[in-house]
Design a protein around this ligand. Structure first.
Ligand code: ATP
Ligand code: SF4
Ligand code: MG
Length: 368
């Protein structure tokens, strides 16, 4: 499968107060989105998902700055620290990559009709387009995606929250960007509006209006319904990536496993409490712990974990995890029989398959 978006070594930080260290919201993140794919990004609140979305969609504004990294978007290469990248980004925003931001439905101006919004968006990239042409173009797209044409004449307050969100999603893709970055697009929507938005997104991909989606969500059920692969973030870094079912139900990384265990509690209790069931709290991103950032909370941490950055280990086809413990288990599994597979610190250690850190641990029922 060919690569549509390649992000390499992206680091981005917020500097709010000159007397305080910057918030290292995204630190050395590398991810790939393939043609026709939907890639999920998940992790606790504050782990850097929206910041990564801002960088990937080229919406980097103070106090956010990118300190390192390279991006390739539909064949366009950008080195995010070289002079001139912002000008390049300006030309690509909306056309090559579009962002559906967290709370997107609120970007509509309450005093202006949807058609005015459409005209503004199109005119900013196509200065010569007439208002009539802009509205016609949007109307065709609305029809194609089963949205009522009359929504174009409405003021935002005349539309439901779900319809507003779908309208913004469609308008953000009017310039046919290759990649859509959708940041928690369904949060604050009721179940039927969620379903309608997901259908719309599937339609955007099926009709090749867009060629790939990065889909950020807290919802396990949505990750399963919408994404082919998922990247799990912790404290500004990606800790595990792979096919969605493998990552969620046969988690390799101790953090992903903890997140999934917490999700089971969630499904029987209240949605908001799920993450709090992992012992401890995420670190401050102004002064993240050395070594593995998860080590103060990790049930299988080893001495090396607090000293050295964990290696990124391949744990299966298209699957990686950044973890010392997983690395050790992979080594044990690869070693000849009898060559010391008895060690290991954690639950199920020595079983030989790093992929099966969550062996026998099936959270599928929890998300149905
Ligand atoms: N404008 C800002 N100024 C300073 N710090 C910020 C700003 N926006 C975000 N941060 C910090 O950057 C870190 C990452 O935040 P981000 O919003 O990217 O997380 P998130 O994973 O999207 O969280 P959520 O799930 O709550 O949306 C957090 O520590 C957050 O407090
Ligand atoms: S590197 Fe160490 S602390 Fe981090 S998740 Fe793996 S075992 Fe736990
Ligand atoms: Mg966010």
């Amino acid at each position: 499968m060919s690569e549509l978006l390649v992000a390499e070594g992206i680091s981005a930080r917020y500097r709010v107060d000159a007397d305080e260290p910057p918030v290292r919201a995204v630190d050395d993140v590398s991810i790939v989105l393939h043609e026709g794919e939907s890639l999920g990004i998940a992790g606790e609140s504050g782990c850097g998902k929206s910041t990564l979305a801002s960088v990937l969609s080229l919406n980097v504004h103070p106090p956010l700055t990118v300190t390192s990294g390279r991006l390739e978007l539909a064949g366009h290469r950008l080195s995010l620290t070289e002079p001139g990248w912002r000008r390049q980004a300006e030309a690509m925003r909306g056309k090559v990559v579009a962002l559906l931001p967290q709370g997107a439905m609120n970007v509509l101006n309450p005093t202006r009709r949807v058609s005015d919004f459409v005209y503004d968006v199109l005119q900013s990239h196509m200065p010569r387009i007439s208002r009539k042409e802009a509205v016609e173009r949007a109307a065709e797209r609305f029809e194609q995606l089963a949205l009522p044409r009359r929504a174009l004449d409405a003021y935002p307050h005349q539309l439901s929250g779900g319809m507003r969100q779908r309208v913004v999603a469609v308008v953000s893709t009017l310039l046919d960007p290759a990649v859509l970055i959708a940041d928690e697009p369904t949060s604050a929507l009721d179940v039927s509006s969620q379903r309608a938005l997901l259908k719309l997104m599937a339609g955007l991909l099926e009709r090749r209006i867009i060629r790939g989606i990065v889909f950020i969500t807290h919802e396990l059920a949505l990750l399963r319904a919408v994404t082919h692969r998922v990247a799990i973030m912790y404290a500004g870094q990606v800790v595990e990536v792979g096919p969605t079912e493998d990552v969620l139900f046969r988690s390799a990384h101790p953090y992903t496993k903890a997140l999934m265990d917490a999700t089971i509690v969630l499904e029987t209790g209240t949605r908001r409490q799920r993450i709090e069931t992992i012992g401890g709290a995420p670190p401050s991103l102004m002064a993240p712990p050395p070594g593995c950032r998860f080590h103060p909370r990790c049930p299988v941490a080893m001495p090396v974990c607090s000293r050295e950055t964990p290696p990124v280990v391949t744990v299966g086809a298209g699957r990686t995890a950044a973890c010392w413990w997983v690395a050790e288990r992979m080594q044990q599994a690869a070693a000849p029989a009898g060559a010391g597979a008895a060690g290991g610190a954690g639950p199920g250690a020595g079983a030989g398959e790093a992929e099966a850190v969550g062996e026998g641990h099936d959270t599928r029922a929890a998300s149905q």
